[in-house]
Design a protein around this ligand. Structure first.
Ligand code: ACO
Length: 307
């Protein structure tokens, strides 16, 4: 498979740590030193509109006819409706009129990696050429702004990729889950439900997930750590990502991050990193990238990709 286009939506109100500290018992110093976050954006448009803008940008970037798209997979934990799905709403907004399958997928912060896995499988099974994965989160709808443990961590955003079933740029895409019996990360679907989190449990889980995913990739792909040019990890906390990767010997300049500018955007964080690389002229043919997702569920997954 090949990623032939990408797009994003980041917009609405820009909220700094100092803005949050006006109504919460927190400081810029506390948030930045523990997480690497400085700012986040809170969207003032609906989640399907955010997804549509990211998808339109990705389709434009790919330079394809939108009616060549056979699958639209939207990953999200913050859908404002389950019927129609956000994917069906996007299909309507994009006015894709061919026979296209559209579905939402929930895998928390691992959503993008799950989405790529499902899309590749569908493209191969049905011998189709092109599909979209859109990862979109309106986290501001799911935050309790009285809870400083969670309110400071998240932001809104959408990232989309167009994937073509050609080329051999990807290693094995592997995803896993383990039922969480400790309520480490919860979000109910009822109105006015908010994210709750046991930060230290997630911290320990994430460090282990990152290290295991890296070491297992080296084994399954039979490559060395040095052969990987960039590490695109779910953006929960840059201190955590840097610590886990540097303990394995990864130099800091290989770790791509967007946390400072947009905070944790859950499943959108990884496709937004792709866009970040393109915007900074780092998306260069031949470079090898390790993608790793981890999050609520608990879920985790990975794949290696050569641009
Ligand atoms: N501002 C100021 N103080 C705070 C804040 C805040 N925003 N939040 C918590 N505190 C306080 C706590 O109340 C506590 O005070 P106390 O000692 O008086 O009780 C103190 O800081 C320490 O709290 P901890 O939760 O133990 O803080 P910790 O040092 O573990 O850092 C953090 C918290 C950054 C969330 C850390 O646990 C972490 O990185 N966890 C990983 C989880 C994560 O990043 N989750 C994001 C979503 S999950 C995902 O995307 C997969």
């Amino acid at each position: 498979m090949k990623i032939i286009g990408s797009g994003k939506y980041i917009g609405g109100k820009k909220i700094s740590n100092n803005d949050l500290s006006k109504t919460l018992d927190t400081t810029d110093e506390w948030i930045y030193s523990r997480t690497g976050i400085k700012n986040r954006f809170f969207s003032d448009i609906n989640i399907d509109e955010m997804a549509t803008i990211a998808a339109e940008n990705a389709i434009k970037d790919a330079g394809i006819d939108k009616n060549s798209i056979s699958y639209i997979i939207v990953t999200t934990i913050t859908a404002d409706s389950t019927m129609p799905s956000i994917a069906c709403k996007v299909q309507k907004s994009l006015q894709i009129t061919n026979q296209c399958m559209s579905l939402d997928l929930i895998a928390a912060c691992t959503g993008f990696i799950y989405g790529v896995d499902v899309l590749i499988s569908l493209l191969e099974k049905h011998n189709k050429k092109t599909g979209l994965v859109i990862s979109v989160e309106k986290m501001s709808d799911a935050l309790d702004f009285k809870d400083r443990n969670t309110a400071v961590l998240f932001g809104d955003g959408a990232g989309a990729v167009v994937i073509e079933n050609t080329g051999n740029n990807v290693g094995e895409v592997l995803n896993f889950a383990e039922g969480d019996d400790n309520n480490s990360l919860n979000l109910a679907t009822s109105v006015d439900s908010f994210i709750t989190m046991k930060g230290r449990d997630i911290y320990k889980f994430a460090i282990k997930a990152i290290k295991n995913n890296v070491l297992q990739t080296l084994e399954t792909e039979n490559i060395s750590l040095e052969e990987i040019d960039y590490f695109l990890l779910h953006q929960a906390n840059s201190r955590m990502n840097n610590l886990a990767l540097s303990s394995l010997g990864v130099p800091i300049e290989k770790i791509i991050s967007n946390l400072e500018a947009i905070a944790n955007t859950s499943s959108a964080s990884i496709p937004l990193l792709i866009q970040h690389m393109k915007d900074n002229n780092l998306w260069i043919n031949g470079k090898k990238i390790l993608f790793i997702g981890f999050g609520g569920g608990l879920t985790w997954g990975r794949f290696i990709y050569t641009i």
